[in-house]
Design a protein around this ligand. Sequence first.
Ligand SMILES: *[C@@H]1O[C@H](CO)[C@@H](O)[C@H](O)[C@H]1NC(C)=O
Ligand SMILES: *[C@@H]1O[C@H](CO)[C@@H](O)[C@H](O)[C@H]1NC(C)=O
Ligand SMILES: *[C@@H]1O[C@H](CO)[C@@H](O)[C@H](O)[C@H]1NC(C)=O
Ligand SMILES: *[C@@H]1O[C@H](CO)[C@@H](O)[C@H](O)[C@H]1NC(C)=O
Ligand SMILES: *[C@@H]1O[C@H](CO)[C@@H](O)[C@H](O)[C@H]1NC(C)=O
Ligand SMILES: *[C@@H]1O[C@H](CO)[C@@H](O)[C@H](O)[C@H]1NC(C)=O
Ligand SMILES: *[C@@H]1O[C@H](CO)[C@@H](O)[C@H](O)[C@H]1NC(C)=O
Length: 405
Amino acid sequence: MRFLSVVSLLVSSAAGIILQNGQVRDEHYPDTKIASLSTNSNGWKTYGANATEISYKGRWDSKKISWWAAPGIKFGFTGDKVAISFGQHTSPGVLVAYRLSGMDWQFTNVTANSTHQFISPSTPGLNETQSWQLPLTFEMRVTNWGLGVQLSNVHVSSSSKLIKLPDYGRRIEFIGDSLMAGMYATYEAISGFAFNTGYGLGNTEFSITAYPGICVTDKECWGNPRGQTYQWFQTSDTSGRAAEIYGTKPERWNFKKHPAADLVVINIGTNDNNTHNNVTNEQYLSSYLKLVGDVHEVYPKAQIVIMSLWEGWYSVGNMWYQNKGFEEEIFQVYQHYKGAGFVHYFNTTGILQHNDNGPGYHPHDVGHIKVASHLMQYIRLKFGWEFYQTAVEVQHNTLYWNSGK
Ligand SMILES: *[C@@H]1O[C@H](CO)[C@@H](O)[C@H](O)[C@H]1NC(C)=O
Ligand SMILES: *[C@@H]1O[C@H](CO)[C@@H](O)[C@H](O)[C@H]1NC(C)=O
Ligand SMILES: *[C@@H]1O[C@H](CO)[C@@H](O)[C@H](O)[C@H]1NC(C)=O
Ligand SMILES: *[C@@H]1O[C@H](CO)[C@@H](O)[C@H](O)[C@H]1NC(C)=O
Ligand SMILES: *[C@@H]1O[C@H](CO)[C@@H](O)[C@H](O)[C@H]1NC(C)=O
Ligand SMILES: *[C@@H]1O[C@H](CO)[C@@H](O)[C@H](O)[C@H]1NC(C)=O
Ligand SMILES: *[C@@H]1O[C@H](CO)[C@@H](O)[C@H](O)[C@H]1NC(C)=O
């Protein structure tokens, strides 16, 4: 029985307002924009976007333009200020999350051709003499899945320097659609379950190649020109801004130049499972088998977790029921590769119950946290990945739907 036309993943406007129990949340992000800094302006030292001290997280292209969900940067530094210049391929008003060392996330909107100062002598936690953990670190993440930034320069105080930070010793690649990209969650990608899992585990590198509306099958779905069997191999995503810059010839992602993932988590098919996109069960199954085979070729040592899908709820009489998406096909993918030992089936049935979705037919923040918590525990029990007590904030301003006193 399918009373609701499942999840409507139509990509509408990328920059959304934040809703809190149905009300618009009044958000005022501090304005961090400063006058543009020329190279090594008085009091500043300037590094180019190619500086080896800057670690790029997620997918960035050769022009240092960010793509997909929650891409970011991280580096260590000395001194008492950090500013970043953004290039012309930065989306208008894109919201970025940033923080100093283990302090909580801060937010600010940035735009093209501008310089923003994120750290100044008055930033809480900056005092090096009081800090037990040095060097100071700076990290920044793009919150939206469809907007991006172009990094031009990083500036620190003139007598200071950037410091290369070593990567953590374990790495996850997430492959998915809007559910993984955190669509309609408070801070979108950085409120989604993939981000919550990656940061929640602690001391883990991760990349989220997920985009709303995308199918695994290589065809046009909800305006995305290609599916993940093709797009996952590209640096850029399926957005209009990628088409504007690269047309139909995106830069291929050079897997050899980046460390291999130890674990790959895939949640894909909700869009293939929508009649709007005309994907047959056979096409879905063969596309999923191909994706898993291709991922294994790229990362021969990685374990691959495939998640069963959860879809919208419908009510009949006095009960709610959950729609299923390609339940048999996903299990068949697992069975196909079972003998080889690197594919694992994560049955998500029952993690989400009715009302764990927000009004946009996607999990609200707490729904994402439920999925992430179970996925984290699954990863711990299955692969022995311990949780690290890093104590840093993962979810910022979590929205507890209908929460009362
Ligand atoms: C970074 O280096 C690469 C390879 O040398 C070059 O193609 C690219 O233009 C540089 N990008 C920036 C932003 O400097
Ligand atoms: C940014 O600068 C470039 C090059 O000068 C220019 O073409 C572009 O219109 C500018 N974009 C914005 C949003 O100001
Ligand atoms: C800042 O980002 C938020 C979230 O994307 C957006 O709703 C808001 O319009 C942006 N503000 C500006 C001034 O661009
Ligand atoms: C940093 O902390 C030390 C020790 O508490 C204090 O003496 C110093 O004034 C602080 N520096 C700044 C810039 O706040
Ligand atoms: C799906 O098929 C219908 C009927 O053949 C066609 O009109 C529609 O354009 C197709 N949609 C997509 C997204 O392929
Ligand atoms: C979606 O998946 C369900 C459960 O496997 C299946 O019954 C249904 O035919 C699928 N629908 C589409 C449009 O793919
Ligand atoms: C997933 O879990 C549900 C609930 O326990 C169960 O009914 C279903 O058979 C499981 N699916 C598979 C493929 O094991």
